[in-house]
Write a protein that binds this ligand. Structure first.
Ligand code: SF4
Ligand code: SF4
Length: 158
């Protein structure tokens, strides 16, 4: 076996001196654990008792859509603007306005909540609310009836 040549001036770590005893390791683990426990015990609580307690949302939160059918003219601008192509509209003539939506579906499972559809709407008929309960176990496509209901926790965005 060849001798190892250590260049002059190189510091060699004393492995024996750096060894940590079992008691020191145990103390470090226990004190570290207690520190985390105490921080969580007296720190700010982040868990909410949902659904009784609800999360404070930022003003610009984009949640479930709301459709004002009276304002909608079935122009399909919103559908054209949707990057994931999940808005399906069938329009029909209406005596008081050019067109009216007979079918208006949003496949909400695929929605990325970008808000492009709302931006594209020329009449302000389509809005996004702060409702984040958008799914139900049975269905993921919001129909015209569901979209036009005013959600209980709604707060319309301008
Ligand atoms: S929010 Fe975006 S992804 Fe969702 S329906 Fe509107 S345009 Fe499409
Ligand atoms: S919601 Fe707005 S953009 Fe979409 S079809 Fe109705 S009027 Fe046109």
């Amino acid at each position: 076996m060849e001798d190892i040549i250590i260049p002059e001036g190189t510091k060699v770590k004393n492995v024996e001196r750096d060894k940590i005893s079992f008691v020191e390791k145990a103390y470090a683990s226990i004190s570290g654990g207690f520190k985390v426990t105490l921080e969580h015990l007296f720190g700010k609580k982040v868990t909410l008792r949902y659904p009784e307690e609800r999360k404070e949302l930022p003003k610009n939160y984009r949640g479930r859509h709301y459709l004002d059918i009276e304002k909608c003219v079935a122009c399909e601008f919103c559908a054209a603007a949707c990057p994931v192509d999940i808005i399906f509209i069938v329009g029909e003539p209406h005596p008081e306005k050019v067109r009216h939506p007979r079918v208006f579906n949003i496949d909400i499972l695929k929605c990325i909540f970008c808000g492009y559809c709302v931006e594209a709407c020329p009449t302000g008929a389509l809005q996004m609310t702060d409702v984040y309960e958008v799914f139900s176990p049975q269905r993921f496509i919001l129909t015209i009836d569901e979209l036009s209901k005013i959600p209980e926790f709604k707060e319309f965005k301008e």
